[in-house]
Design a protein around this ligand. Structure first.
Ligand code: AMP
Length: 419
């Protein structure tokens, strides 16, 4: 038997209600902040991600689903959305039509990671990108959007960490300081961190290896080497969050994996999902648009992992949904009345009333079981002596009461079902 590929997951009908509930909240919150949805293709030219995310990152270095298609083009299934959104922004000159573009998405992503709890190879993210403004209030807005969504989902055990990475010049200065600090400790770093020392030194802060952590414990911190502009912006972000009653911590070691970030970065962590605890991450990327061939324009964004968020919701029991219902089950009392039943169902279905009928020649008892299973609000009986004299019986399943209707007057029944 063929099974789903390792690291991918079916979202079955029983799970969908929770997904839709989340998606609905996401859409409502983005609407409140006037973000417009964008959808981009599932695959792009590989060069886009190589250039947009950075060759030295784990994503580009080891996790991309890359293949050569039949016309010898190297394509990649999107591992994240920022590069694609920026590509679309540049390609369609969105910045000319509108000086500030506030965009959001809900989309599958693909990374060939080692599958484990909270880590999949196809997973889903919602997120946003605001292109065209360098205002730190946009940074605060992004963090607030993420927070408001988590809040509406009922999540309590979350913490927001923020940091500033400064502008490239101050970061380069700081990297020198960090390099000096690590110069005589380099030999004691893990192999991965030694590679990072050469290629992306900030990311040594991300190392999970205990000996690396010990070495980094006393390392100089970027936040102490920030330029004035980044410092002022960071202050504005913090104040805006405080005014919006958003709890946050400053985490000077939050460096994030991607090369293109500058100034504000943030992450939202859940205490309820185990070791893969980041629900969402984001930050400012003022240089990316230019790097991808566009006119320089500042950007800010975040991405949140839906599977992990839903797991956190489940583990916190943060919301519960009512059982799904249908409006009407039509129970056929005589086998030969299938076409009549079908036609009555059609009438109501076209009136936007949800209806189920039997397609399996089931007994009346079995049909009633189905009606209960689907939580039908009403059952309409078609057949028997009633039907011969031209009547249909409608049963209200909540109180058991029954009412008789002329079978040619479905309009009357509709009024009851609509209530
Ligand atoms: P990133 O794009 O790496 O910053 O990830 C943003 C969010 O997406 C993370 O905080 C996770 O919630 C989620 N995420 C990233 N990678 C995976 C994965 N392999 N499986 C499930 N969720 C993921």
């Amino acid at each position: 038997m063929i099974k789903a590929i390792t690291g991918t997951k079916d979202i079955l009908p029983g799970d969908i209600q929770r997904w839709k509930y989340l998606e609905n909240i996401v859409e409502n919150v983005f609407a409140a902040f006037n973000y417009k949805e964008i959808r981009t293709p599932v695959f792009e030219e590989t060069a886009l991600f190589a250039r947009g995310i950075g060759e030295e990152t784990d994503i580009v270095g080891k996790e991309m689903y890359t293949f050569t298609d039949r016309s010898e083009t190297s394509v990649t299934l999107k591992p994240e959305m920022t590069a694609s959104v920026v590509r679309a922004y540049v390609e369609h000159s969105l910045g000319i039509k509108q000086p500030l573009n506030k965009l959001y998405y809900i989309s599958p992503m693909f990374r060939q990671e080692r599958p484990q709890a909270g880590r999949f190879r196809q997973f889903h993210q919602f997120g946003a990108e605001a292109l065209g403004s360098d205002s730190p209030l946009i940074d605060a807005e992004m963090i607030q959007i993420a927070y408001d969504i988590f809040n509406r989902l009922g999540l309590k055990d979350i913490s927001i960490k923020i940091n500033s990475l400064g502008v490239p010049e101050s970061r380069e200065n700081y990297k020198k300081v960090l390099r000096e600090y690590l110069a005589d400790k380099k030999e004691n770093l893990s192999e991965d961190s030694r590679v990072r020392f050469e290629k992306n030194i900030l990311r040594i802060f991300d190392s999970k290896v205990e000996s690396d952590r010990l070495i980094m414990k006393d390392a100089p911190l970027l936040i102490d080497y920030l330029d004035e502009e980044s410092k002022t912006d960071f202050e504005i972000v913090k104040q805006a969050l405080t005014r919006a009653n958003i709890p946050f911590e400053i985490d000077p070691k939050l460096v994030r994996g991607l090369d293109y970030y500058s100034k504000t970065t943030f992450e939202v962590i859940s205490g309820k999902v185990g070791s893969q605890s980041a629900l969402c991450g984001g930050g400012r990327y003022d240089l990316l648009v230019e790097q991808l061939g566009g006119k320089p324009s500042p950007g800010m964004g975040f991405a949140a992992g839906i599977e992990r968020i839903l797991l956190a919701c489940e583990n916190e029991n943060s919301f519960s949904l009512p059982d799904e219902k249908i409006d009407l089950y039509i129970t056929r009392l005589d086998k030969e009345l299938s076409t009549e039943v079908y036609d009555i169902a059609s009438y109501f279905r076209r009136e936007n009333i949800s209806v189920e009928i039997d397609y399996l020649d089931r007994s009346v008892k079995a049909q009633m079981r189905e009606a209960n299973k689907f939580n039908s609000r009403f059952v309409l009986f078609v057949g028997g002596e009633e039907f011969i004299i031209g009547a249909l019986n409608l049963k209200n399943m909540a109180d058991g009461s029954q009412q008789s209707f002329d079978k040619n007057n479905l309009e009357e029944i509709k009024k009851i079902l609509r209530k």
